[in-house]
Design a protein around this ligand. Structure first.
Ligand code: GTP
Ligand code: SPV
Ligand code: MN
Length: 591
């Protein structure tokens, strides 16, 4: 008798018609075979899937170029297909599940012809965690298969647990024709199924990441009473050796990976890394908030990563273990066959080809690496990996940080008055769009909790879920807000960021411990001059003032925009948040 897994694979193969089916075991030897296949057999856009990089300078590293039309998540082609449109909410594209399935079935017929179908059992989360999600993705891309082995616990460990069970999450993926007109990323929450065709890139194709661990998991979490969030998890060690764990959500390409691997500019402080993109949070029996990272790797933004900004990441990328390191759509320094991107070195290498393989001549309006070029690397190679990283019980969380990318208005850091007020502030966060998603860059949009593209159900209901979740905790953590990206009149960042961000984290944990001082403003508490550590730092008082200034008129305009956003969700917006809106409006008028 075939197992449900074998039966499903057979049915999927019947529909998609691959020339071969290969069951991945997740072994080291297998990854090498897949890379070799990618070097010598499989092609994308006429080019080999992988090429070997300089193995002395970048051990076990390989280069991949995606199709030029396939370089970022495509939110406009991403659908969440609940039976009722209202369940998906205005934050998601929706299609009737039956119609969507029909569409995907037609698009899938024979789509893997001539290709190998890789079958990948994997677990999101530690297999012994009660939150572990056992999944199987099929794909016809060796790049996706190698990436999934880095990013998830893939192979035997999952296959053994799934055994003859039928309740695993299913993912069907094919790069198809890489035609944007035949590209869809479809979610079927009621069937625990993701179906993605036409893209081989990142969150569109590595289905364990945004599709399962956020869109699907957020929906499961809502029904089961936990949260799946676009958050990093870090431990902050103070000079006394005490470690406080915090989570932080920032929209795509707004600084999560860099914050997760921060190398402290303040002596005696150290940041330990547990996760850089996704956190699952729950309240334990004692009423304490806890978090785990369901992933096992980083899929990080390359541009901006340098020995100055993120030395730990460069150490991670060069650590070379039995996990390969992949570079996607970076430029190549031809002299040494090394990956290169903007800011990796101060000067351009003499002989560079851009992310599409063309000779590159520096000019102010051209970039050699794609703005969303990325690396894929195992978290186990991270020199600051926390010892609790692999614990099924996760870590206790003492503060939640939320934020966005704002050129103006939003202070470097502020703290909400209480949990419900924090949820309100989180629900009205605005952030300027980045190259992580296809479309215009730099447009301000509401991105509550950095979850706008990832919440797998109606965001109004999501706000209620956050409020209910807060009520389960004995001591709900304080909620803080950050913005590294405020600029002065000269267009330059007011705050140096990166390693200096430890000063903000220090204030956050000292506030959580009830130690640091603050000034009350209509939007929340901002640091007072005495409690914010600027020792050894070259920052003018004028800039410090600007970083913590609260412009009442500007916030009033922000509030109006938030109101328009709330209105989209109609009766789904909880009354508690509506009340907070009115209270903030009043506070801004009085002061
Ligand atoms: P996703 O992987 O898309 O979710 O992105 P992320 O939130 O992990 O962002 P990441 O840390 O990769 O940073 C994105 C971009 O912002 C990179 O180009 C960084 O160099 C830049 N960046 C990160 N932190 C800071 C900071 O503190 N200040 C400034 N100015 N830029 C930063
Ligand atoms: C993001 O866009 O938030 C990412 C990259 O982390 S992707 O995997 O493409 O979603
Ligand atoms: Mn992300």
């Amino acid at each position: 008798m075939p197992t449900p897994l074998e039966k499903w694979v057979e049915e999927t193969a019947e529909l998609t018609g691959p020339k071969k089916i290969y069951f991945c075991d997740g072994s080291d030897a297998e990854a090498r075979v897949l890379i070799e296949k990618g070097i010598s057999e499989e092609k994308i856009n006429g080019k080999p899937v992988f090429s070997r990089l300089n193995q002395t300078l970048w051990p076990n590293s390989y280069y991949h170029q995606s199709h030029p039309n396939d370089v970022a998540r495509t939110e406009n082609l991403t659908f969440v297909c609940h039976s009722h449109k209202d369940t998906a909410g205005p934050n998601n594209n929706w299609m009737d599940p039956a119609e969507a399935k029909m569409k995907m079935t037609i698009l899938s017929r024979g789509v893997m012809r001539g290709r190998t179908m890789y079958v990948m059992p994997f677990v999101m989360g530690h297999p012994d965690s009660p939150f572990a999600k056992f999944c199987v993705q099929v794909t016809d891309s060796a790049y996706v298969a190698v990436s999934m082995r880095i990013m998830t616990r893939m192979g035997k460990v999952a296959a053994e647990r799934i055994g003859s069970r039928a309740d695993f999450i299913k993912g069907i993926h094919s790069i198809g024709e890489l035609d944007p007109n035949k590209r869809f990323i479809m979610h079927f929450p009621e069937e625990n199924l993701i179906w993605s065709i036409g893209s081989g890139y990142g969150g569109n194709a590595l289905l364990g990441k945004k599709c399962i661990s956020l869109r699907l998991a957020s929906w499961i979490g809502r029904n089961e009473g936990w949260l799946a969030e676009h958050m990093i998890i870090i431990g902050i060690e103070d000079p006394g050796g005490k470690v406080s764990y915090v989570t932080a959500a920032l929209p795509s390409a707004c600084g999560k990976t860099n914050l997760a691997m921060l190398r402290s500019a303040l002596p005696g402080y150290k940041v330990w890394t547990l996760g850089d993109d996704i956190a699952w949070l729950w309240v334990d029996k004692a009423g304490q908030l806890r978090a785990i990272n369901p992933e096992t790797g980083f899929f990080g933004v390359a541009p901006g990563t340098s020995p100055k900004t993120n030395p730990s990441m460069l150490d991670t990328l060069k650590a070379g273990s039995f996990f390969p390191t992949l570079f996607t759509n970076t430029a190549i320094n031809l002299d040494n066959n090394e990956p290169w991107w903007e800011d990796l070195t101060k000067d351009y290498p003499a002989h560079l080809i851009d992310w599409q393989g063309n000779k590159f001549t520096p000019s102010p309006d051209k970039k050699a690496a794609h703005a969303n070029s990325r690396f894929t690397v195992s978290i186990k190679q991270c020199p600051t990996l926390a010892k609790e990283y692999d614990s099924p019980q996760g870590v206790p969380i003492s503060a939640i940080i939320l934020g966005g990318r704002r050129t103006t208005l939003v202070p470097l850091v502020y703290e909400s008055f209480n949990f419900a007020h924090g949820v309100f502030c989180g629900s009205m966060i605005g952030s300027e769009t980045t190259a992580a998603q296809a479309g215009a860059v730099g447009l301000l949009r509401r991105d509550p909790m950095a979850m706008l593209p990832f919440c797998g159900y109606n965001m109004g209901d999501y706000f209620s879920h956050w409020l209910d979740f807060g009520k389960k905790m004995v001591n709900p953590p304080r909620i803080f807000f950050i913005n590294w990206f405020r600029r002065g009149e000269n267009g330059k960042f007011l705050w140096p960021g990166f390693g200096e961000n430890i000063r903000v984290l220090k204030w956050v944990i000292e506030r959580a411990q009830g130690k640091a001082g603050a000034v009350e403003t209509p939007i929340g508490f901002v640091p007072d001059a005495k409690s914010f550590d600027t020792s050894g730092m070259d920052l003018s008082l004028e800039n410090l003032d600007k970083l913590f200034a609260v412009d009442h008129k500007g916030w009033d305009a922000e509030l109006k925009d938030a109101k328009i956003f709330f209105e989209k969700f109609g009766s789904h917006v909880p009354q508690e948040l509506r009340n907070e809106l009115v209270t903030l409006e009043k506070r801004l008028k009085v002061t």
